[in-house]
Design a protein around this ligand. Structure first.
Ligand code: GAR
Length: 201
């Protein structure tokens, strides 16, 4: 089982679904650590309740020095012998230094059907664009934001009368199913990053 760290900034509902999936004895990843850039992130308490080791590296004292912040996180990952980094609502942009260091071992979930709607407020973006379907993507992280090759996606319809809350709730339900499946593919070596593509074995 691959020793995996989940990185969060908020409530951690995806984190909870990953922890639940990883309880199965045949799941190829073990959630060895939950790490947050915000010491008071709601998800940290939930992880601790679930019996998972937690850590926080507050990004704020590092000011604009993103790489120094990431070196501190990287040290926590090293000490915990982490092999795979799983971003789940982690709201800091990572530098090429960190991304390159973890290349192929760093995945993210993004609440849109990439390459559509990168960045933030993806549900607002989808509603404004008037698309008929929306969803979520799990992808390998590359230095360019939300541009990494997609491992798996799930789609939902956009329904008449949807607002951001209704649409984000519909997508989130799919995120909770999709992320454990995608993590299992990566942790088992069935999905591998090769250049800017995902190879299936
Ligand atoms: C999720 O919808 C995730 O896809 C999104 O933040 C939410 C976190 O919720 N991530 C991003 O927007 C990354 N740029 P959670 O803390 O309940 O898992």
């Amino acid at each position: 089982r691959k020793r995996s760290a989940i990185l969060i900034s908020g409530r951690g509902s995806n984190m909870i679904s990953l922890i639940a999936a990883a309880k199965a004895a045949d799941f190829p990843a073990e959630i060895a650590l939950v790490l947050s850039n915000l010491p008071d992130a709601g998800g940290l308490a939930r992880a601790a309740e679930a019996g998972i080791a937690i850590a926080a590296v507050d990004h704020r004292p590092f000011g604009r020095d993103r790489e120094a912040f990431e070196r501190a996180m990287d040290e926590v990952l090293r000490v915990n012998q982490i092999e795979l980094v799983v971003l789940a609502g982690f709201m800091r942009v990572l530098t090429p230094w960190f991304v390159t260091r973890w290349q192929g071992r760093l995945i993210n979930i993004h609440p849109s059907l990439l390459p559509l709607f990168r960045g933030t407020h993806t549900h607002r973006q989808a509603l404004d664009a008037g698309v008929g379907e929306h969803g979520c993507s799990v992808h390998f992280v590359v230095p360019e934001l939300d541009a990494g090759p997609v491992i798996a996606q799930a789609k939902v319809p956009v329904l008449p009368g949807d607002d951001e809350d209704a649409l984000s709730a519909r997508v989130l339900e799919q995120e909770h199913k999709l992320y454990p499946l995608a993590l299992a593919e990566v942790a088992s070596g069935r999905a591998v990053l090769a250049g800017d593509a995902v190879i299936r074995r």
